[in-house]
Each structure stands twice: as structure tokens, then as C-alpha cells.
Design a protein around this ligand. Structure first.
Ligand code: GDP
Length: 302
């Protein structure tokens, strides 16, 4: 329900497609597809995906495989669903067998990183998983306090760095060591998120990742990139850059309860081949849902 209402703007932008398809006939195909492409662009699908979708539709229409507006609409939904799932189908967490599993959560400030990490801890704890949080955002003054609130709220243990100049990689190492010694199942690592164009952030994130894999070969098991679902196509260069530096294994899309801009998700998933694992639909502890591509497509196209 929250997802559906969060996408009301995207749905409004795409509603024109229903009108177009209602009166579609073969002779009118070029004009209808041009307008359909325009509607996809306005809904943040991005030029590459919009053209790809429209050209696939044109091919099927000209081959006589789509004979009505309804069939075209179904094919459109099917393409978007395929874009979201074909290259990136592992949408559940891949934690491997070794314990503790380590999950790094990365993303730019304000995107919902710390909140998502807290909500994820709640989900894991509900599944009986023993979670240790690591306050790896040593740059933003209030970040550790905020994470401590989430630790309390979710009944999780937490490792916080001591001293002013403590390095993120050292806090995360400390947490992973404690995780191993005390038999935790998952270590959830928060990280800094000052502007993604800041070179030293990327250096810091690689150092964090190296520090973790030094202690547990193969870890981190997941590097989840948190993307603000209201930012539209800006999320694409962000995702590219984080992926180049730390190798993203999954996406968490936040703020989908607000005025989310849905189309760009298909662009990110298609270009980078990274699955969406969770969606954030509010600020509460329960407001993190596993990604359901079909529900997502139904929320975008009414
Ligand atoms: P960080 O800087 O990336 O760690 O971002 P925060 O976790 O501090 O979140 C920034 C703001 O976004 C806070 O006010 C959060 O409550 C809010 N927020 C995070 N996720 C969601 C979400 O899914 N929905 C809504 N409505 N707000 C969210």
C-alpha cells in the first residue's frame, strides 16, 4: 500500500499511456510509440531504457504479436519486469556459510543509510539472527549517536569508535573481531557518506572493505548501496561510482513512501546488473520490505 501510494506521481506521468493505447491502431503506431517514449522519459526511465522498451514493442507490434492496446500494455509491464529481474535475480541476502557474515551499507549522506541499517537489524533479529552493529560513519558527528539509538530500539549490540580521529576501517575491524570472538551471526557496518564526488570517501570505503576481508576472506558478503528513491536519474552516476570502488552487491531504495521516482530504478538495475534487495517505505522500524519486482511494476503502471 505504501509503495503504491509513494508511486502516485510516477503513475500519473504514465497514465497517459492508457489513453494512448485505448485508441491505438496499427496505422497510428509511430505516433503512439513516440508519445509512450516521452511518458517513460518523463517518469525517469532514462533515454537508453526508454528507447530499448519502445523498440522492443515496435518489433512485436510489426511482427503481429501485439494486436491490441491491452496486449501492448502487458508487454510493456513484462519488459520492465524483465529489466528488473533478468540480470539481477538474487534479491535475497547472500550471507554464505561462514559466521559472522558481514554486510557493509554505503551511500551518500541523507539517503537513509543509518535508518536502513537499523531497519535491517530489526528484520534480521526477528529471524533469530544475532546482529552486531558497527558505527563506521566516523565523519558525521551525530552518526554514531543515531546508530546507538537504533541499536537500543532493535536490541542490538554495537561497536562505536573511541576518540576524535578514529578511522572507520579500525572501527569495522574491531567489530568484525568481536563478531568472531562472541559468535555473532551478522556484523552490520555503517559507513560515511559525505559527497560521493569526494575522493577520500572512496579511499576510505576501499580501506574499510580491505580491513574486513583481511579478517574474514570473502567478506564482506554484501555491500548494499542505499539510494534515495526521490532523486531520479541522479542515482545512476552515484551507483556507478560506488560500484567501481567497492563492488556493490545489492541496492536498498529508500523513501518510496514519499514522492518516489520509480523509472530510474530500471536504469540502474539494467546498467549495473545489481539487484534491488530492499525498499524503504517509511521511517519506522518495520518500514523495510524485501523488494518485490512484480509489486513494484504494478505500483508504477496502474
Ligand atoms: P544517512 O545520512 O544516509 O545515514 O540518512 P539517515 O538514515 O539519517 O536518513 C535521512 C532522513 O531520511 C531521516 O530523516 C530518515 O528518517 C529519513 N528516511 C530514511 N529512510 C526513509 C524512508 O524509507 N522513508 C521516509 N519517508 N524517510 C526515510
Amino acid at each position: 500500500e505504501k509503495l503504491f501510494s509513494g508511486f502516485s506521481k510516477t503513475r500519473d506521468n504514465l497514465a497517459v499511456i492508457d489513453e494512448l493505447l485505448l485508441y491505438w491502431n496499427l496505422a497510428d503506431t509511430d505516433r503512439v510509440l513516440d508519445e509512450l517514449e516521452e511518458a517513460l522519459l518523463v517518469s525517469d526511465f532514462g533515454p537508453k531504457i526508454s528507447i530499448k522498451i519502445v523498440e522492443s514493442l515496435r518489433e512485436e507490434i510489426l511482427a503481429g504479436k501485439l494486436k491490441s492496446g491491452d496486449e501492448i500494455k502487458s508487454a510493456l509491464k513484462r519488459y520492465v519486469l524483465e529489466l528488473l529481474t533478468s540480470k539481477a535475480n538474487k534479491s535475497d541476502l547472500q550471507l554464505g556459510f561462514r559466521r559472522p557474515a558481514v554486510i557493509m551499507v554505503v551511500g551518500v549522506n541523507g539517503g537513509g543509510k543509518t535508518t536502513s541499517l537499523g531497519k535491517l537489524a530489526h528484520r534480521l533479529k526477528n529471524e533469530g539472527i544475532k546482529v552486531l552493529m558497527a558505527a563506521g560513519d566516523t565523519f558525521r558527528a551525530a552518526a554514531s549517536d543515531q546508530l546507538e539509538v537504533w541499536a537500543e530500539r532493535t536490541g542490538s549490540e554495537i561497536v562505536v569508535g573511541e576518540g576524535e580521529k578514529v578511522k572507520a576501517a579500525s572501527v569495522l575491524s574491531q567489530a568484525v573481531k568481536r563478531g568472531k570472538q562472541e559468535g555473532f551471526d551478522v556484523v552490520l557496518c555503517d559507513t560515511s557518506g559525505r559527497l560521493h564526488t569526494n575522493y577520500s570517501l572512496m579511499e576510505e570505503l576501499s580501506a574499510c572493505k580491505r580491513a574486513i576481508s583481511k579478517l574474514i576472506p570473502g567478506a564482506p558478503n554484501e555491500v548494499l548501496l542505499v539510494l534515495d528513491g526521490t532523486t531520479g536519474l541522479n542515482m545512476l552516476p552515484q551507483a556507478r561510482e560506488f560500484n567501481e570502488v567497492v563492488g556493490i552487491t545489492g541496492l536498498i531504495l529508500t523513501k518510496l513512501d514519499g514522492s518516489a521516482r520509480g523509472g530510474c530504478v530500471a536504469s540502474v538495475v539494467d546498467e549495473l546488473g545489481i539487484p534491488v534487495k530492499f525498499v524503504g517505505v517509511g521511517e519506522g522500524v518495520e518500514d523495510l520490505q524485501p523488494f518485490d519486482a512484480e509489486a513494484f511494476v504494478n505500483a508504477i503502471f496502474s
